[in-house]
Design a protein around this ligand. Structure first.
Ligand SMILES: *Cc1c(COP(=O)(O)O)cnc(C)c1O
Length: 358
Protein backbone atom coordinates (compact mmCIF):
# COMPACT_ATOMS: atom_id res chain seq x y z
CA UNK A 1 0.00 0.00 0.00
CA UNK A 2 1.20 3.49 -0.83
CA UNK A 3 1.81 5.36 2.43
CA UNK A 4 1.86 9.13 2.83
CA UNK A 5 3.59 10.08 6.05
CA UNK A 6 2.40 13.40 7.52
CA UNK A 7 4.74 13.33 10.52
CA UNK A 8 5.87 16.70 11.91
CA UNK A 9 9.41 15.44 12.43
CA UNK A 10 11.36 13.37 11.82
CA UNK A 11 9.44 13.74 8.61
CA UNK A 12 9.28 12.07 5.23
CA UNK A 13 12.14 12.67 2.85
CA UNK A 14 11.94 12.62 -0.96
CA UNK A 15 11.55 9.04 -2.14
CA UNK A 16 14.30 9.52 -4.75
CA UNK A 17 16.70 10.57 -1.99
CA UNK A 18 15.89 7.54 0.14
CA UNK A 19 16.57 5.29 -2.85
CA UNK A 20 19.94 6.88 -3.62
CA UNK A 21 20.96 6.56 0.03
CA UNK A 22 19.91 2.92 0.01
CA UNK A 23 21.78 2.15 -3.22
CA UNK A 24 24.94 3.82 -1.92
CA UNK A 25 24.71 2.57 1.65
CA UNK A 26 27.18 -0.33 1.46
CA UNK A 27 29.34 0.95 -1.34
CA UNK A 28 29.72 4.71 -1.55
CA UNK A 29 30.84 5.83 -5.02
CA UNK A 30 32.74 2.59 -5.63
CA UNK A 31 34.94 3.08 -2.58
CA UNK A 32 34.01 -0.40 -1.39
CA UNK A 33 32.83 1.05 1.94
CA UNK A 34 29.69 2.75 3.12
CA UNK A 35 29.91 6.50 3.74
CA UNK A 36 29.37 6.01 7.47
CA UNK A 37 32.51 3.84 7.49
CA UNK A 38 34.70 6.44 5.85
CA UNK A 39 36.91 9.03 7.53
CA UNK A 40 35.42 12.49 7.92
CA UNK A 41 38.79 13.82 6.72
CA UNK A 42 38.89 11.63 3.61
CA UNK A 43 38.36 12.69 0.04
CA UNK A 44 34.87 11.19 -0.26
CA UNK A 45 33.37 12.88 2.76
CA UNK A 46 35.14 16.16 2.05
CA UNK A 47 33.32 16.28 -1.27
CA UNK A 48 30.02 15.56 0.50
CA UNK A 49 30.29 18.27 3.16
CA UNK A 50 31.54 20.84 0.68
CA UNK A 51 28.60 20.06 -1.57
CA UNK A 52 26.17 20.30 1.36
CA UNK A 53 27.45 23.78 2.29
CA UNK A 54 27.51 24.93 -1.35
CA UNK A 55 23.95 23.69 -1.90
CA UNK A 56 22.63 25.55 1.17
CA UNK A 57 24.42 28.72 0.05
CA UNK A 58 23.17 28.46 -3.50
CA UNK A 59 19.57 27.57 -2.64
CA UNK A 60 19.21 30.34 -0.04
CA UNK A 61 21.35 32.85 -1.93
CA UNK A 62 23.68 33.33 1.05
CA UNK A 63 26.48 35.88 0.80
CA UNK A 64 30.06 35.41 1.99
CA UNK A 65 29.23 37.51 5.06
CA UNK A 66 27.63 34.37 6.51
CA UNK A 67 28.87 30.98 7.67
CA UNK A 68 26.91 27.79 7.08
CA UNK A 69 27.59 25.35 9.91
CA UNK A 70 26.41 21.89 10.89
CA UNK A 71 26.11 21.46 14.65
CA UNK A 72 24.99 18.45 16.66
CA UNK A 73 22.24 18.57 19.25
CA UNK A 74 19.37 19.67 17.03
CA UNK A 75 17.50 22.94 17.27
CA UNK A 76 17.11 22.64 21.05
CA UNK A 77 20.88 22.83 21.53
CA UNK A 78 20.79 26.08 19.58
CA UNK A 79 18.32 27.57 22.07
CA UNK A 80 21.12 27.54 24.67
CA UNK A 81 24.11 27.92 22.37
CA UNK A 82 22.92 31.13 20.75
CA UNK A 83 22.25 32.69 24.15
CA UNK A 84 25.67 31.58 25.45
CA UNK A 85 27.42 33.12 22.47
CA UNK A 86 25.39 36.24 21.87
CA UNK A 87 23.91 37.52 25.14
CA UNK A 88 27.21 38.76 26.51
CA UNK A 89 25.64 40.67 29.40
CA UNK A 90 22.87 42.21 27.32
CA UNK A 91 19.13 41.49 27.23
CA UNK A 92 17.62 39.47 24.40
CA UNK A 93 14.04 39.89 23.15
CA UNK A 94 11.81 36.93 22.35
CA UNK A 95 8.50 36.66 20.50
CA UNK A 96 6.42 34.02 22.27
CA UNK A 97 4.42 32.38 19.47
CA UNK A 98 4.50 28.71 20.36
CA UNK A 99 5.92 25.96 22.51
CA UNK A 100 9.29 26.02 20.73
CA UNK A 101 9.71 29.78 20.98
CA UNK A 102 8.80 29.52 24.65
CA UNK A 103 11.48 26.89 25.18
CA UNK A 104 14.01 29.06 23.38
CA UNK A 105 13.10 31.98 25.65
CA UNK A 106 13.45 29.85 28.78
CA UNK A 107 16.97 28.75 27.84
CA UNK A 108 18.07 32.35 27.37
CA UNK A 109 16.34 33.48 30.58
CA UNK A 110 18.16 30.73 32.43
CA UNK A 111 21.53 31.93 31.14
CA UNK A 112 21.04 35.69 31.37
CA UNK A 113 18.48 38.39 30.66
CA UNK A 114 15.65 37.65 28.28
CA UNK A 115 12.36 39.43 27.73
CA UNK A 116 9.12 38.46 26.00
CA UNK A 117 7.99 41.22 23.62
CA UNK A 118 4.72 39.66 22.49
CA UNK A 119 2.75 36.51 23.23
CA UNK A 120 -0.26 34.67 21.89
CA UNK A 121 -0.02 32.06 24.63
CA UNK A 122 -3.33 33.09 26.27
CA UNK A 123 -5.04 32.20 22.97
CA UNK A 124 -3.30 28.85 22.65
CA UNK A 125 -0.84 30.35 20.17
CA UNK A 126 -3.54 30.54 17.49
CA UNK A 127 -1.93 33.53 15.77
CA UNK A 128 1.22 35.59 15.32
CA UNK A 129 0.73 38.93 17.12
CA UNK A 130 0.73 42.01 14.84
CA UNK A 131 4.17 43.65 14.89
CA UNK A 132 2.60 46.99 15.87
CA UNK A 133 1.55 45.43 19.20
CA UNK A 134 5.06 44.20 20.09
CA UNK A 135 7.12 45.97 22.69
CA UNK A 136 9.84 47.87 20.86
CA UNK A 137 13.26 46.23 20.84
CA UNK A 138 15.84 48.74 22.10
CA UNK A 139 19.01 49.37 20.11
CA UNK A 140 21.15 47.88 22.89
CA UNK A 141 19.34 44.52 22.94
CA UNK A 142 21.49 41.51 22.12
CA UNK A 143 19.05 40.28 19.45
CA UNK A 144 15.40 39.62 18.69
CA UNK A 145 14.41 35.95 18.42
CA UNK A 146 11.46 34.65 16.44
CA UNK A 147 10.19 31.22 15.38
CA UNK A 148 9.29 31.58 11.70
CA UNK A 149 6.93 28.60 11.68
CA UNK A 150 5.26 27.23 14.78
CA UNK A 151 5.17 23.51 14.20
CA UNK A 152 2.73 22.63 16.99
CA UNK A 153 0.17 25.45 16.77
CA UNK A 154 0.34 25.61 12.97
CA UNK A 155 1.14 29.30 12.53
CA UNK A 156 3.73 31.04 10.36
CA UNK A 157 5.08 34.53 9.83
CA UNK A 158 4.19 35.94 6.40
CA UNK A 159 6.65 38.83 6.83
CA UNK A 160 9.36 39.44 9.42
CA UNK A 161 9.78 42.25 11.95
CA UNK A 162 12.32 44.94 11.15
CA UNK A 163 14.69 45.81 13.99
CA UNK A 164 18.07 47.49 14.45
CA UNK A 165 19.52 44.49 16.30
CA UNK A 166 20.29 41.05 14.82
CA UNK A 167 17.10 39.16 14.01
CA UNK A 168 17.48 35.49 14.89
CA UNK A 169 15.05 32.93 13.53
CA UNK A 170 14.37 29.33 14.43
CA UNK A 171 13.32 28.07 10.99
CA UNK A 172 13.32 24.39 11.92
CA UNK A 173 9.98 23.67 10.30
CA UNK A 174 10.04 25.96 7.27
CA UNK A 175 13.65 26.37 6.21
CA UNK A 176 13.98 26.20 2.42
CA UNK A 177 10.20 25.94 2.04
CA UNK A 178 9.97 29.52 0.79
CA UNK A 179 12.25 32.28 -0.38
CA UNK A 180 13.63 34.44 2.43
CA UNK A 181 16.21 37.20 2.33
CA UNK A 182 19.01 35.87 4.53
CA UNK A 183 20.46 39.39 4.77
CA UNK A 184 17.48 40.36 6.95
CA UNK A 185 18.76 37.98 9.64
CA UNK A 186 21.72 37.86 11.97
CA UNK A 187 21.29 34.12 12.30
CA UNK A 188 18.97 31.39 11.03
CA UNK A 189 19.00 27.92 12.51
CA UNK A 190 17.01 24.77 11.94
CA UNK A 191 16.89 21.22 13.19
CA UNK A 192 17.35 19.17 10.01
CA UNK A 193 14.63 16.59 10.59
CA UNK A 194 11.64 18.50 9.23
CA UNK A 195 12.73 19.58 5.81
CA UNK A 196 16.38 18.71 5.29
CA UNK A 197 17.34 15.26 6.55
CA UNK A 198 17.71 13.16 9.69
CA UNK A 199 17.39 14.35 13.29
CA UNK A 200 20.22 15.26 15.64
CA UNK A 201 21.79 18.04 13.63
CA UNK A 202 21.09 21.74 13.18
CA UNK A 203 21.97 23.88 10.19
CA UNK A 204 23.19 27.26 11.41
CA UNK A 205 23.53 30.24 9.09
CA UNK A 206 25.23 33.06 10.92
CA UNK A 207 26.57 36.49 10.05
CA UNK A 208 30.31 36.22 10.64
CA UNK A 209 30.74 39.43 12.67
CA UNK A 210 28.39 38.14 15.40
CA UNK A 211 31.00 35.61 16.46
CA UNK A 212 33.06 38.42 17.96
CA UNK A 213 30.55 38.55 20.83
CA UNK A 214 31.32 35.07 22.10
CA UNK A 215 32.82 34.99 25.63
CA UNK A 216 36.31 33.46 25.55
CA UNK A 217 35.64 30.97 28.33
CA UNK A 218 32.87 29.01 26.59
CA UNK A 219 33.59 25.32 26.00
CA UNK A 220 35.15 24.78 22.60
CA UNK A 221 32.23 22.72 21.30
CA UNK A 222 29.75 25.45 22.24
CA UNK A 223 31.46 28.29 20.38
CA UNK A 224 30.27 29.11 16.88
CA UNK A 225 33.81 30.11 15.92
CA UNK A 226 34.92 26.50 16.44
CA UNK A 227 32.55 25.39 13.67
CA UNK A 228 33.23 28.32 11.41
CA UNK A 229 37.03 28.11 11.64
CA UNK A 230 37.03 24.35 11.07
CA UNK A 231 34.28 24.09 8.45
CA UNK A 232 32.19 22.07 10.93
CA UNK A 233 35.06 19.56 11.18
CA UNK A 234 36.60 20.37 14.55
CA UNK A 235 35.52 16.97 15.79
CA UNK A 236 33.81 14.11 13.99
CA UNK A 237 30.58 15.56 12.59
CA UNK A 238 27.38 13.52 11.99
CA UNK A 239 28.58 12.36 8.58
CA UNK A 240 25.45 10.46 7.56
CA UNK A 241 23.17 13.40 8.44
CA UNK A 242 25.35 15.76 6.38
CA UNK A 243 25.35 13.27 3.49
CA UNK A 244 21.55 13.05 3.50
CA UNK A 245 21.29 16.82 3.68
CA UNK A 246 23.53 17.02 0.60
CA UNK A 247 21.22 14.58 -1.21
CA UNK A 248 18.05 16.41 -0.12
CA UNK A 249 19.43 19.76 -1.22
CA UNK A 250 20.58 18.21 -4.55
CA UNK A 251 16.94 17.20 -4.95
CA UNK A 252 15.71 20.73 -4.12
CA UNK A 253 17.97 22.03 -6.87
CA UNK A 254 16.60 19.48 -9.30
CA UNK A 255 13.07 20.67 -8.47
CA UNK A 256 14.04 24.13 -9.69
CA UNK A 257 15.20 25.63 -6.40
CA UNK A 258 13.33 27.23 -3.51
CA UNK A 259 11.11 29.54 -5.59
CA UNK A 260 9.71 26.56 -7.48
CA UNK A 261 9.32 24.55 -4.28
CA UNK A 262 7.55 27.50 -2.62
CA UNK A 263 5.04 27.58 -5.46
CA UNK A 264 4.19 23.93 -4.97
CA UNK A 265 4.05 24.36 -1.18
CA UNK A 266 1.60 27.24 -1.62
CA UNK A 267 -0.54 25.15 -3.94
CA UNK A 268 -0.58 22.23 -1.48
CA UNK A 269 -1.52 24.45 1.48
CA UNK A 270 -4.13 26.40 -0.52
CA UNK A 271 -5.81 23.17 -1.52
CA UNK A 272 -5.92 21.77 2.01
CA UNK A 273 -7.08 25.01 3.67
CA UNK A 274 -9.54 25.53 0.81
CA UNK A 275 -11.06 22.19 1.62
CA UNK A 276 -11.10 22.90 5.39
CA UNK A 277 -12.87 26.20 4.72
CA UNK A 278 -15.50 24.45 2.61
CA UNK A 279 -16.80 22.23 5.42
CA UNK A 280 -18.00 22.76 8.99
CA UNK A 281 -17.14 19.19 9.96
CA UNK A 282 -13.44 20.02 10.20
CA UNK A 283 -12.47 23.29 11.87
CA UNK A 284 -9.08 24.91 12.27
CA UNK A 285 -8.37 27.04 15.35
CA UNK A 286 -5.64 29.03 13.56
CA UNK A 287 -6.33 32.63 12.55
CA UNK A 288 -6.47 32.93 8.77
CA UNK A 289 -3.62 35.46 8.38
CA UNK A 290 -1.30 33.29 10.48
CA UNK A 291 -1.90 29.91 8.86
CA UNK A 292 1.18 27.76 8.40
CA UNK A 293 1.84 26.35 4.94
CA UNK A 294 3.85 23.53 6.53
CA UNK A 295 1.77 22.28 9.49
CA UNK A 296 -1.98 22.31 8.99
CA UNK A 297 -4.03 21.68 12.14
CA UNK A 298 -7.73 20.97 12.48
CA UNK A 299 -10.19 19.18 14.70
CA UNK A 300 -13.37 17.18 14.24
CA UNK A 301 -16.66 17.69 16.14
CA UNK A 302 -15.50 15.51 19.08
CA UNK A 303 -12.35 13.98 20.52
CA UNK A 304 -13.79 10.54 19.78
CA UNK A 305 -14.08 11.46 16.11
CA UNK A 306 -10.52 12.89 16.17
CA UNK A 307 -9.26 9.53 17.38
CA UNK A 308 -11.39 7.54 14.95
CA UNK A 309 -10.24 9.74 12.07
CA UNK A 310 -6.56 9.21 12.89
CA UNK A 311 -7.06 5.47 13.24
CA UNK A 312 -8.92 5.00 9.98
CA UNK A 313 -6.58 7.35 8.11
CA UNK A 314 -3.61 5.28 9.28
CA UNK A 315 -5.30 2.12 8.02
CA UNK A 316 -5.80 3.88 4.68
CA UNK A 317 -2.07 4.68 4.41
CA UNK A 318 -2.24 8.29 5.66
CA UNK A 319 0.01 8.15 8.72
CA UNK A 320 1.08 10.40 11.62
CA UNK A 321 -1.96 12.70 11.45
CA UNK A 322 -2.47 12.86 15.21
CA UNK A 323 -2.09 16.40 16.53
CA UNK A 324 0.68 17.27 18.99
CA UNK A 325 -0.15 15.99 22.47
CA UNK A 326 -0.40 19.58 23.75
CA UNK A 327 -3.10 20.71 21.30
CA UNK A 328 -4.86 17.47 20.33
CA UNK A 329 -6.93 17.21 17.15
CA UNK A 330 -5.14 16.47 13.89
CA UNK A 331 -2.14 17.86 12.09
CA UNK A 332 -0.83 17.27 8.59
CA UNK A 333 2.78 18.28 8.06
CA UNK A 334 3.29 18.96 4.38
CA UNK A 335 6.95 19.80 4.03
CA UNK A 336 8.87 19.98 0.76
CA UNK A 337 8.98 16.21 0.27
CA UNK A 338 5.19 15.76 0.46
CA UNK A 339 3.89 15.51 -3.10
CA UNK A 340 0.57 17.04 -4.19
CA UNK A 341 -0.70 13.46 -4.56
CA UNK A 342 -0.38 13.05 -0.78
CA UNK A 343 -2.50 16.14 -0.14
CA UNK A 344 -5.06 14.94 -2.71
CA UNK A 345 -5.23 11.54 -1.02
CA UNK A 346 -5.73 13.20 2.36
CA UNK A 347 -8.54 15.44 1.12
CA UNK A 348 -10.26 12.49 -0.58
CA UNK A 349 -10.10 10.58 2.69
CA UNK A 350 -11.38 13.55 4.72
CA UNK A 351 -14.32 13.99 2.35
CA UNK A 352 -15.23 10.34 2.53
CA UNK A 353 -14.84 10.25 6.34
CA UNK A 354 -17.18 13.23 6.67
CA UNK A 355 -19.76 11.54 4.46
CA UNK A 356 -19.78 8.52 6.77
CA UNK A 357 -19.65 10.41 10.06
CA UNK A 358 -20.92 13.95 9.42
C1 LIG B 1 11.18 20.42 15.98
C2 LIG B 1 11.47 21.81 16.38
C3 LIG B 1 12.46 22.12 17.33
C4 LIG B 1 13.23 21.06 18.08
O1 LIG B 1 14.14 20.43 17.28
P1 LIG B 1 15.15 19.35 17.93
O2 LIG B 1 16.07 19.08 16.80
O3 LIG B 1 14.33 18.18 18.33
O4 LIG B 1 15.82 19.98 19.07
C5 LIG B 1 12.70 23.44 17.60
N1 LIG B 1 12.03 24.43 16.99
C6 LIG B 1 11.05 24.17 16.09
C7 LIG B 1 10.32 25.30 15.44
C8 LIG B 1 10.74 22.85 15.76
O5 LIG B 1 9.79 22.59 14.87
Amino acid sequence: MKVYNFSAGPAMLPEDVMKIAQAEFCDFKESGSGLIELSHRGKQFTEVIERAVANVKELMNISDDYDVMFIQGGASMQFAMLAMNLLNGKTADYADTGVWSNKAYKEAANLGNARIVCSSKADKYAYIPEFSSWEATPADAAYLHITSNNTVAGTQYRTFPKVDVPLIADMSSDIMSRVVNVNDFGMIYAGAQKNLGPSGMAVVIMRKDLQERTPANLPTMLKYSTYSENNSLYNTPPTFAIYLLALVTDWFKAQGGIAAIEKLNDAKADKLYGYLDSTDFYTTPVQKESRSRMNVVWRLPSEELDAQFVKEATAAGLTSLKGHRIVGGCRASIYNAMPMAGVDALIDFMREFEKRNG
